[in-house]
Design a protein around this ligand. Sequence first.
Ligand SMILES: Nc1ncnc2c1ncn2[C@@H]1O[C@H](COP(=O)(O)OP(=O)(O)OP(=O)(O)O)[C@@H](O)[C@H]1O
Ligand SMILES: [Mg+2]
Length: 349
Amino acid sequence: MEEFRNPDYKELNNTIVGQAPTMIQIKRNIVRLSKSDVTILISGESGTGKELVARTIHKLSPRTDQPFIKINSAALPTNLLESELFGFEKGAFTGAFQKKPGKFELADSGTILLDEISEIPLPMQAKLLQVLQDNEFSSLGSITDTKIDTRVLAATNANLSEMVCEGRFRSDLYYRLNVVSIHIPPLRARKEDIGLLCQHFLKIYAARHGRDHTLINKRTMEQFYQYSWPGNVRELQNFIQGITVLGDREGLYEKMGNNGPVSVFLNGQRAARPGSTVASGSVTRRSLKKVCKEATRKAETEAIVNALFHTRWNRRKAAALLKVSYKAVLNKIKEYGIEARYGELLKKE
Ligand SMILES: Nc1ncnc2c1ncn2[C@@H]1O[C@H](COP(=O)(O)OP(=O)(O)OP(=O)(O)O)[C@@H](O)[C@H]1O
Ligand SMILES: [Mg+2]
């Protein structure tokens, strides 16, 4: 079997975890395609591992010692995107005090990943196509062309062929990018990989946080198999990290179901529910007002931590999720001491 003889597979199996037939085929394609310079379009839902696949292709390629440069097309407005991709000369526009190389130039001899390619505005699509066809470009303000030897990979979680039909993406660029495609299926379509992925992440996070290897019980694993993982491998990874750091307790997975988001419970305790929030022994000794205040504090802290966990400490996005103002979230974070208690976990990756 090719898989046993080729050392690339050992490297691959340590980085891209998965034995589902579709993943085995993807790994075979990665090994084969990494040796050529062909342009590849990598598609798949968010969190399925598109960037991981792109980085692995680069790593297994003859370009491995050269740079791997990623550009996120969605993050930048058109004019900035152009200068990010192609750079500019000194004096090209007001404020261009010195020459700045673009990502294509930085990736010369290496690989460039055009991430979220569907977000590239139409005028930029034309320029990009030209660069891909001619292997040369001119930076802003330059009168000469620069030759480049950059391998191009593109990633998308949108349906590009549909966008072509709707006139939102240039068909010629689509065909130029889509010389070969790798489609990564969502995690719900390869549930047999969930167990392996859990082991993989448990090992990583136990080592990283100096914790014992957490064991996941049978009932929980069954829930994992039933859950649809809309955030795919990234969601599973975040969840395992949460278990490792915050601790696994009974009821930790209770909220998990196809109707709601995965929730990380603080201190392994359940979310506060109306009427069942406080340990019964202590209720009698406290005023109803105080009981209410504590329950609110606990439930709000949990909701905010969950939102920050899912948005990776993006407080604006967390505020949107919680349907409150940004300022309200900032105040609560301060009031409940969330940054001091959970900041280290929530701000990671
Ligand atoms: N098969 C896999 N084995 C191990 N880790 C994986 C696998 N697939 C994804 N991951 C991990 O999951 C996380 C998300 O993967 P990645 O960033 O590549 O996804 P993506 O498809 O680019 O997502 P997005 O569309 O949101 O950018 C990363 O930390 C990655 O290492
Ligand atoms: Mg990505």
